[in-house]
Write a protein that binds this ligand. Sequence first.
Ligand SMILES: *[C@@H]1O[C@H](CO)[C@@H](O)[C@H](O)[C@H]1NC(C)=O
Ligand SMILES: *[C@@H]1O[C@H](CO)[C@@H](O)[C@H](O)[C@H]1NC(C)=O
Ligand SMILES: *[C@@H]1O[C@H](CO)[C@@H](O)[C@H](O)[C@H]1NC(C)=O
Length: 330
Amino acid sequence: MASSKVFLPLSIALLALLGSAVGAQLQVGFYAKTCPNAETIIREEITRVMKVAPPLGGPLLRIFFHDCFIRGCDASLLLNSTSKSNPAEKDAPPNQFLRGFGVIDSIKAKLEKACPSTVSCADTIALIARDVVLLDKGPFFDVPTGRRDGRVSIGNEALQMLPAFSANISTLKSQFSSNGLSAKDLVVLSGGHTIGNAHCFTFLNRIYNFSGRGDSSDTDPSLDKNYVARLRSKCRPTAADANKLVEMDPGSFKTFDNSYFKLVAKRRGLFQSDAALLDDADTKAHVLRLANASPDEFFRDFAVSMVNMGNVGVLTGSQGEVRKHCAFVN
Ligand SMILES: *[C@@H]1O[C@H](CO)[C@@H](O)[C@H](O)[C@H]1NC(C)=O
Ligand SMILES: *[C@@H]1O[C@H](CO)[C@@H](O)[C@H](O)[C@H]1NC(C)=O
Ligand SMILES: *[C@@H]1O[C@H](CO)[C@@H](O)[C@H](O)[C@H]1NC(C)=O
């Protein structure tokens, strides 16, 4: 009977686990009854925005990533600081260059008008991210919804837990795995760098004075030398150039495709965190596979990893709240 003694507590523990997993489940079409036009309103608004301001695609996609990594996908990133001494995620250094908050606010205002206090900010940014990818010629995929909004946002958490552009592969893998995301998710989601721009300061150390020797050959050895020359022509080591924007996926920065992986495979990833994907057998294998993949193969992987990320730390049911304005708790 020793085995049943072991079995009983185990099965209770399993049931409890299952219970919480079911409770935390999102579902496709969560607003079908309560706000049937929610996804259409978002699609129409974001289509209009992307027509007049296509470069916002990258930042709007990034907002979803940056939110999910801190306290889960609960729109904590959108909350304004409540005082100078208590900065919110939005005002932490890794987030200071994000743009598109105004777009989110205006879409949320339209949602509030159609269905007051119904559609969460966390779901709004998840759906915006999906639509941006679609409008940049990427895949359409269903986004499970039902997230609720958090009430806490702490700048220091973003500083400590967001994957940095200078991160090495062990840090990247552990940051992803602490959010329940795999090495494959890490590689696939890095493919989001196929759209958008980066500021010169994020990779300047790779093209000038990498080790502190200061001579002109002192560049990051993991970066293709010919690419260094090209990047130097865009970014001089001056204060004036620090915030200049460079395309992360030159030539196709407005098209969602797998060219990012071709670049990384050729040692032309812009960030150290891109180059780092070649430093581990598992992540390297995914980079090489995706560099040679059909668009469909990358699109399928991306949809799966986006849904995986969208499940991170979500609040559901009666947890959190549905904010009326994304920058403020109710
Ligand atoms: C909230 O933050 C946004 C951007 O971070 C800013 O533009 C806006 O003025 C802030 N709103 C208030 C009322 O402080
Ligand atoms: C990766 O970066 C972390 C944090 O900067 C550091 O502690 C660690 O030693 C680095 N690992 C390797 C293998 O370089
Ligand atoms: C290169 O970096 C070193 C160490 O930070 C610094 O002392 C030196 O002045 C730099 N050289 C140039 C040319 O920027």
